[in-house]
Write a protein that binds this ligand. Structure first.
Ligand SMILES: [Zn+2]
Length: 72
């Protein structure tokens, strides 16, 4: 099974969040990502938002380096 992850560093944000979440299943990752987005980024937990998050998922594990190749 391939792990999936979502990396907050890839999202434009005014707080320079560097959290990356990973899980073995898309459902686990989605739950964790929604919790993080709601509590830290004040997003609304809606079906549309969950759909958007799901499209951001990547396969594998989060890279150690900043994905954009530069530090903020
Ligand atoms: Zn974040």
């Amino acid at each position: 099974m391939t792990r999936k992850y979502i990396d907050c560093r890839e999202f434009p944000s005014d707080m320079n969040c560097s959290v990356a979440l990973s899980a073995d299943t898309e459902q686990e990752l989605l739950d964790a990502a929604v919790q993080h987005a709601v509590t830290v980024h004040k997003h609304q937990d809606t079906p549309e938002f969950r759909q958007q998050l799901r499209q951001m998922f990547k396969e594998g594990t989060p890279p150690a380096e900043h994905p954009l190749g530069h530090e903020a």
